[in-house]
Ligand binder design. Structure first.
Ligand SMILES: NC(=O)c1ccc[n+]([C@@H]2O[C@H](COP(=O)([O-])OP(=O)(O)OC[C@H]3O[C@@H](n4cnc5c(N)ncnc54)[C@H](OP(=O)(O)O)[C@@H]3O)[C@@H](O)[C@H]2O)c1
Length: 324
């Protein structure tokens, strides 16, 4: 698998990340190991988890995902060949959530223990915490970096203005800034006013910001749980927008031209976009994961990229296509 640098860190990650929110819980240990093996055998190195995965499932209390990943890394003896990224800020049993200094210190240690490692390659703020001053959060994160417990900082589900503010605070104080931003993203666009709860959809403005600041963009929920190809998964109501039909038509047309699945086109489109977006792929079955990984063999032509990108709203989209 090709690699991309995470921000300006000098750390190279594979161009597809592996999602894990229901690994070790809904997905049993044997299947989890098979999926992680498959990803790793194809050159995948960036594993995405979070402290509270998957506390929302019956019988789970959080930490299931980190624990099964930790067990897999230990059993395979491949810690130095993978990058482990985790997150904090959502509450779960034993943690009130948030980004206070105490939470950052305590939750990092808990994640390290569950992942059976001494360092997190990426540590994300998983959501915003308006009750804690950003200076407190950034200083606490910086302490982890200086202690060698964290290598790169990331922000997920933070508004762009908050990320810009946090990085300005970090710069002013000589602390470590956020270098990776992980937001929700897919090919169809949300309808106006769509509510994603605490999740934030990756904006066009963020792409320009990331390009200017050499920040790596990571995208989650890219396949809408399989809705692009599965009859049992309708397109979520948040995506019933004015241009959804046009976007789906453009996607299907390109997929048909290439005789590949729409899922694969989405993955290729994100990777080839400017700035390139690093997709998190996730699966509960090896055939799904194979399909998603095989998207790496795909190269969209300039014409296909253009048609996909402008579908639905060519006037506005053309403006964003200008080089910055
Ligand atoms: N930062 C955040 O706030 C945040 C939020 C959400 C997720 N994430 C991260 O992103 C990862 C992925 O999120 P997600 O699960 O929402 O992603 P997704 O891509 O929308 O959905 C993945 C699911 O789609 C189905 N699927 C995947 N590939 C398929 C294929 N080729 N054909 C048919 N169905 C397919 C599978 O569903 P079934 O297993 O049901 O068959 C799979 O579990 C998570 O594991 C987590 O690591 C981060």
């Amino acid at each position: 698998m090709q690699t991309v640098q995470l921000g300006r860190s000098g750390i190279e990650a594979s161009t597809l990340a592996m999602g894990s929110d229901v690994l070790g819980s809904k997905v049993d240990k044997a299947t989890t190991f098979a999926l992680l093996d498959l990803y790793f055998e194809h050159g995948g190195t960036l594993i995405d988890t979070a402290n509270f995965y998957a506390s929302w499932l019956p019988g789970c209390s959080g930490g299931e995902s980190e624990s099964v990943i930790g067990a897999w890394v230990q059993e395979r003896g491949n810690r130095d060949q993978v990058l482990l990224s985790s997150k904090l800020a959502f509450d779960y049993p034993g943690s009130p959530g948030g980004l206070s200094a105490a939470q950052i210190e305590q939750e990092c240690d808990k994640s390290l223990k569950r992942l059976r490692t001494d360092r997190l390659d990426v540590y994300y703020a998983h959501r915003d915490d308006f009750d804690t001053p950003q200076a407190v959060t950034m200083q606490a994160f910086d302490r982890l970096v200086k202690a060698g417990k964290v290598r790169v900082l990331g922000a997920s589900n933070l508004a762009l203005w908050r990320i810009a503010e946090a990085n300005q605070i970090a710069r002013t104080n000589g602390w470590t800034p956020y270098q990776v931003i992980q937001q929700r993203y897919t090919y169809v666009r949300p309808r106006h006013g769509a509510d994603f709860g605490p999740q934030i959809f990756l904006s066009e403005e963020l792409k320009v910001f990331a390009k200017h600041h050499s920040i790596t963009l990571v995208a989650y929920s890219i396949l809408l749980q399989g809705a692009y190809t599965r009859d049992d998964r309708p397109l979520p109501a948040q995506f019933a927008g004015v241009d959804s039909d046009q976007r789906i038509s453009a996607l299907r047309a390109v997929a048909a031209e290439l005789a590949v699945s729409p899922n694969q086109v989405i993955i290729a489109w994100m990777r080839q976009s400017s700035p390139s977006i690093l997709p998190i792929i996730a699966a509960s079955k090896t055939d799904q994961l194979n399909e998603n990984i095989d998207a790496l063999a795909l190269t969209l032509t300039d014409d296909q990229m253009h048609r996909l990108t402008v579908a639905g709203n060519p006037v506005i989209r053309e403006a964003w296509l200008q080089p910055t």
